[in-house]
Design a protein around this ligand. Structure first.
Ligand code: BTN
Length: 236
């Protein structure tokens, strides 16, 4: 991971820059980071706003030989790797919230966006976007919803050292995934996820989250008593 590495001061979005490089033949593991994004995007059409120079804004290219339906597993894997790297670097208690937000004291500290392309049902590329609030001190658009590692740790953090740990954790988890499949990721996700057994609302569904299925879907018992599976992911 990161053998091909592009660090750019300002970009509209690291996702688009990496897609451009991927389409020009960039190899698996290629990484783009920016100090600031002018059109950063999050899941479900939301925007991702950052304080220039304060955070980690990372996109990572994977070219796994998996069916499209398994792409959400890579988002869950990224959450597990990021949780591990950030917790180890800071000593903070960081929880995963379905599907792949990272939270401290129920405040969002990092988000993950997986964007995939496919040919004939098989994945041709996955761009994993990771936004981590590292040294940002104010969240005027998200009062009482977001926090940063620095606010929680009470000290500024070295972004490069964090990025190194993050790429190392992603490398280990991805290698494990390719060798052993999703089950080790599932176990780690279940150990660090908050809210299983608790209420969940997603779109029109309300219910109780009961489990993470062996393929990465969240098993939810709806208010009407039906058991359904929720899958997270976006396909571009
Ligand atoms: C979310 O929680 O909604 C996902 C946020 C993902 C943000 C990252 S920052 C780096 C990469 N570039 C983007 O435009 N988005 C992702």
């Amino acid at each position: 991971m990161g053998k091909v590495f592009h660090a750019v001061p300002v970009l509209p979005s690291t996702q688009d820059e990496l897609r451009r490089l991927a389409e020009a033949g960039a190899p698996e593991g290629a990484v783009v980071v920016a100090d600031h994004q002018t059109e950063g995007r999050g899941r479900q059409g939301r925007s991702w706003v950052d304080q220039p120079g304060a955070n980690l804004l990372v996109s990572l290219l994977l070219r796994p030989k998996i069916p499209v339906a398994q792409v959400p597993q890579l988002s869950l894997l990224t959450a597990v790797a990021a949780q591990e790297a950030l917790a180890a670097s800071t000593g903070l208690q960081i929880e995963i919230r379905w599907p792949n937000d990272l939270e401290i004291r129920r405040l969002k500290v990092a988000g993950i966006l997986a964007e995939a392309s496919s040919v004939g049902g098989r994945v041709s590329l996955v761009i994993l976007g990771i936004g981590i609030n590292v040294n940002q001190t104010h969240f005027p658009d998200l009062p009482r919803k977001a926090t940063s590692l620095a606010l929680e740790a009470g000290r500024m953090l070295d972004r490069e050292a964090l990025l190194e740990r993050l790429l190392d954790a992603l490398n280990r988890w991805y290698t494990r995934y390719l060798r052993q499949g999703f089950l080790p990721v599932r176990e780690a996700w279940l150990r660090t996820a908050r809210g299983l057994g608790g209420p969940i609302r997603q779109g029109s569904v309300t219910g109780r989250a009961e489990d993470l299925d062996s393929d990465g879907a969240l098993v939810v018992r709806t208010a009407e008593g039906q058991v359904i599976r929720l899958v997270a992911g976006e396909l571009g």
